[in-house]
Design a protein around this ligand. Structure first.
Ligand code: GAL
Length: 952
């Protein structure tokens, strides 16, 4: 009782202080504690070797915690045994001393989910993360803190310690060593230029003092002379390497092939595993080609050649694939110079959570990597020599088991030729001539000398997907390209009985070797019994049929499922396989389960099944019916921007009078007009300038820095004078002392000598630059006006500035610091569902230049037990000059940039979207031309499945 009251008081005090309380109590993870260790080969948990195969996920790019589970389940189902997670300082902290870890920021909940799903976590809390997000994850208020960011400077040190004071206790209690999921902790991010070793050292001291006892890692970038923290002051335990071999050349997906190297992760320390910390699994759309092109650039061919080469050539046993799921840079999350709203990334899982052919490739490689245990400890080995030098091989072997892993690919990595040859292969079971084929851009990892359950695999020219003991026998799935020949040799003490249940497979037995020869086509099934070993069901598929399998590890053993869009989890209860799965279409479903299982239920509904000759259960599932979404009608409209009118009362706005700035970049004119210096960090900012004309003014010269694709609009005495593009940065590279310059002629008679005149300027702030160079020059670039002067007159201008309501003291802590800026409608809550728009006009007419709002509501009642990702679609042909902030139920889900970005579809994630209820859509249109009516938008289903996860 007393304890509860103390907590309540603490909570109240925190709220009164303007802060949002960090959850004070949290249940420790339920699992048992483990010891984490490592050596030159791999991480270990309680002495058991782990091959850590993770995909990167950014919780902050999906503002719907229930959907985190959907993504994490999809990550797990792809064969990943972990996730790499950036934590975003600026996302949690609007103001020094104020931190929020609730709601969409509840990372404790995120880590609990990883524990429930049995996924390891590499925690990556920066403090700097890059990640194409505003400030590279640094909070914008840090721009005002003296001392270089990412250094041991006292100002920055105090600031980042505050972040870690709040975050580290959460991470610490979720470590594997305390029964949780966090297996490693990455400090900083690609900290290579302008480095300060004392900072790296102190950062690790801080992390250790906060109770982090799992291995500390770092992700080095770009090779060359850049620091990699493998030795000396500031060294980490497990230094890793980031590799983006395909570059970000999305416009040329077919011709680009490894311009940034072969992507073989370097070994940085002899006493630690090789760690591919960020390995390219998609791309930012730097050249506005659209993410489908980025997906192609980093598609299955690339994944086969580069990932497999890396596995065999580097011997890495720790992997972070960047990104598994990219998500959405909603609100003002984007770092504007590299990305727009969508952070789909061309990843294996799309922004709307759909599965792609890249997902299939991840599954093929991930199942292999996490099934075949000898891969956790390998050394370089002599590779079998191919008869044709056009084929290249490389090999590794496990020193304890003798298992060999042989990479087979083209000698010229870019070659697309079709080459068939033979490998002269000395395996631990004898010397063999092994036929192989490399057709097009392809690479394979072939295995020899492997104890596969109770079987002995001598060698195979097919690749291993996975295997497990199921129902009293070994079940193994091998695969190869459709139409290619394959051979598999297994060893027995006497001739076994071979029954081909399906497909065309020839078998022969000689000197203890059972040899199977076949052509990969569909799915062949071979039952092998006797021969002194437990029975084996060998499934020989094409790459495609192999990817149809789902491996689900249940408390009752492993289950293989085939035919559903996804399999999330399963249990065997009273003879029934209870499967949680997504179904996209009507068709067969097949389950390989323990003998005791005779029935199947999917999502709680029974599925009629019979037993197949392969011993599996086979039934039929029905796909979802089509879902019709409502048309968006009944709009209401309101023109705003009263700030443009001379009579507008700005007396409560902040006076802009500063003559010094926290930025190392000095303004062109005084006073300093940088919005950050007045506590307005995100979204649009208004300026009003007052001067008394002399009569000789001819024009107004302005500079604004907005970040790429930003604009600013200018009025004098209520008359619109036009707009200009904002700059990206002043000083630095390239040197630009006059960024975002706009000259606005004053029409004769607009201002009169001696009569007070008013300037109104609306400046977009597209987000903050990153700090990749760790030199402050990029990160501490100003936003807002950089210079303002009158040509023809020296009349002084006095300024006031207004950004988001409350500035750093958030008006809406739930949606957080990045949701709204300083548009009039945002300050007045026009984006919020509770706002009453009854007085707004029903007829839409072309609006004047400036800002116009359009609102409507729509009801949804999506079918229960379905997952229907919904997007808001803009027309293919964009209206130039029109920029649209999109608010769904008050959440800023993106900014449509018209012809300035390729994005047309904006994800409306369930949870933000009321899937069973009324939704309010508000569009704030900033129009530089003044000819536009409301954008024509529609709701589109980006996919429909039966299944999904419950979303509140
Ligand atoms: C890396 C960086 C990531 C991300 C990636 C490109 O250099 O560490 O945070 O920016 O590049 O998407």
């Amino acid at each position: 009782m007393h304890r509860t009251r103390t907590l309540l008081i603490a909570l109240l005090l925190a709220l009164v202080a303007g802060g949002v309380a960090t959850p004070v109590v949290a249940a420790p993870p339920a699992g048992p504690r483990h010891e984490v260790g490592y050596d030159r080969h791999s991480l270990t948990v309680d002495g058991r070797r782990i091959l850590l195969w993770t995909g990167e996920f950014h919780y902050f790019r999906l503002p719907s915690p229930d959907l985190w589970r959907d993504v994490l389940e999809k990550v797990k189902a792809a064969g990943f045994n972990g996730v790499s997670l950036y934590f975003h300082w600026g996302y949690h902290s609007p103001k020094p001393g104020v931190y929020d870890f609730t709601g969409v920021r509840d990372v404790d909940r995120l880590l609990r989910m990883t524990e429930e799903l049995g996924l390891y976590v590499v925690a990556r809390p920066g403090p700097y993360i890059n990640a194409e997000t505003t400030g590279g994850g640094l909070p914008a208020w840090l721009k005002q803190v003296p001392g270089r960011a990412r250094s041991s400077d006292p100002g920055y040190t105090a600031a980042y310690r505050e972040w870690l004071d709040h975050l580290d206790p959460i991470i610490a209690r979720h470590q594997v060593t305390r029964g949780g999921s966090v297996i490693a902790y990455n400090v900083e991010n690609e900290y290579g230029a302008n480095v300060d070793p004392l900072y790296m050292e102190q950062l690790q001291e801080k992390v250790r003092a906060d109770g982090i006892d799992v291995p500390v890692t770092h992700n080095n970038c770009c090779g060359g002379d850049l620091a990699n923290w493998s030795s000396g002051q500031g060294a980490v335990q497990i230094p890793g390497v980031d590799d983006y071999p395909q570059s970000f050349d999305c416009p040329h997906p077919d011709t680009t092939w490894g311009p940034w190297g072969a992507g073989v992760t370097r070994r940085l320390r002899d006493d630690a595993p090789v760690y591919a910390a960020e390995y390219q699994a998609g791309a930012i759309d730097l050249a506005d080609a659209g993410y489908e092109k980025c997906r192609q650039l980093t598609g299955p061919d690339y994944m086969k050649v580069f990932y497999k080469t890396n596995v065999v050539a580097s011997g890495a046993t720790m992997f972070g694939y960047y990104m598994a799921y990219g998500g959405t840079s909603w609100g003002w999350l984007p770092q504007p110079n590299d990305v727009y709203t969508s952070y789909d990334y061309g990843a294996a899982i799309t922004e709307t959570r759909g599965l792609t052919t890249k997902y299939d490739e991840f599954k093929r490689q991930g199942y292999f990597a996490t099934t075949v245990a000898p891969l956790t400890k390998t050394d370089p080995a002599a590779a079998p020599v191919p008869a044709d030098p056009a084929v290249h091989t490389a090999a590794r072997a496990n020193p304890d088991t003798g298992t060999q892993f042989v990479l087979v690919g083209h000698t010229d990595r870019a070659s697309a030729a079709d080459v068939t040859t033979t490998l002269d292969w000395s395996t631990s079971d004898g010397r063999y001539q092994v036929p192989v084929r490399v057709d097009g851009r392809d690479a394979k990892i072939l295995v020899a000398g492997y104890d596969l359950g109770g079987q002995r695999l001598v060698w195979s020219s097919s690749e291993i997907l996975t295997h497990a003991p199921i129902g009293g026998r070994d079940v193994a799935v091998f695969h190869g390209r459709d139409g290619e020949d394959g051979s598999t040799v297994l060893r027995y003490s006497s001739p076994p009985t071979v029954r081909v249940l399906e497909g065309a497979v020839r078998s022969s037995f000689a000197s203890g070797d059972l040899r199977l020869d076949y052509r990969h086509s569909g799915l062949a099934r071979v039952s092998i019994t006797g021969g002194g070993r437990p029975p084996l069901l060998l499934l020989l598929g094409t790459d495609e049929t192999a990817a149809q399998f789902w491996r689900v590890d249940t408390g009752d053993g492993t289950i293989l499922v085939r035919g559903t869009e996804l399999a999330r989890s399963a249990r065997v209860l009273g003879g029934t396989v209870q499967l949680r799965a997504d179904v996209a279409e009507t068709g067969d479903v097949e389950v390989f389960a323990p003998d005791s299982a005779r029935r199947l239920a999917i999502g709680g509904s029974p599925v009629r099944v019979g037993r197949t000759p392969s011993g599996s259960l086979l039934g039929k599932v029905t796909g979802p019916h089509a879902v019709v979404l409502p048309a968006l009608t009944d709009w209401r409209h309101r023109v705003e921007a009263p700030e443009a009118a001379p009579g507008f009362d700005d007396s409560r706005w902040t006076k802009a009078e500063r003559t010094t700035t926290g930025s190392p970049i000095k303004p062109r004119t005084l006073p300093v007009l940088y919005s950050d210096d007045y506590g307005f960090h995100h979204g649009n900012v208004w300026y009003r300038g007052h001067f008394t004309p002399t009569g000789s003014e001819t024009s107004l010269a302005l500079n604004a820095i907005t970040g790429k694709r930003g604009v600013y609009l200018v009025w004098v005495n209520g008359r619109y004078l036009g707009s200009a593009n904002g700059g990206v940065q002043a000083d630095s590279e390239p040197v630009n002392p006059d960024p975002g310059r706009g000259d606005f002629a004053l029409p004769p008679g607009l201002v009169k000598p001696g009569e007070p005149a008013t300037i109104s300027v609306l400046v977009e702030n597209m987000g903050h630059n990153d700090d990749w160079t760790a030199d402050d020059v990029r990160f501490k670039q100003p936003r807002g006006l950089f210079g303002a002067s009158l040509a023809g007159s020296g009349a002084p201008i006095s300024w006031r500035v207004q950004g988001a309501a409350g500035g750093e003291d958030l008006a809406d802590p739930v949606r957080g610091p990045l949701n709204t800026g300083g548009l009039y409608g945002e300050r007045a809550g026009w984006h919020l569902p509770e706002y009453a728009d009854r007085t707004w006009q029903r007829a839409d007419v072309p609006s004047p230049p400036g800002v116009t709002w359009h609102r409507t509501t729509f009801r949804l009642d999506l079918p229960r037990g379905y997952d229907v990702p919904v997007v808001l679609r803009f027309p293919a042909t964009a209206r130039p000059g029109q920029r649209v902030l999109i608010f769904l139920n008050g959440w800023n889900v993106g900014q449509h940039l018209g012809d300035q970005s390729p994005q047309r579809d904006y994800s409306l994630p369930g949870g933000v979207l009321a899937e069973h209820g009324t939704n309010t859509l508000a569009l704030a249109v900033i129009d530089t031309d003044g000819t536009a009516t409301a954008p024509v938008v529609s709701l589109v289903a980006a996919g429909v499945v039966r299944g999904g996860v419950p979303v509140r």
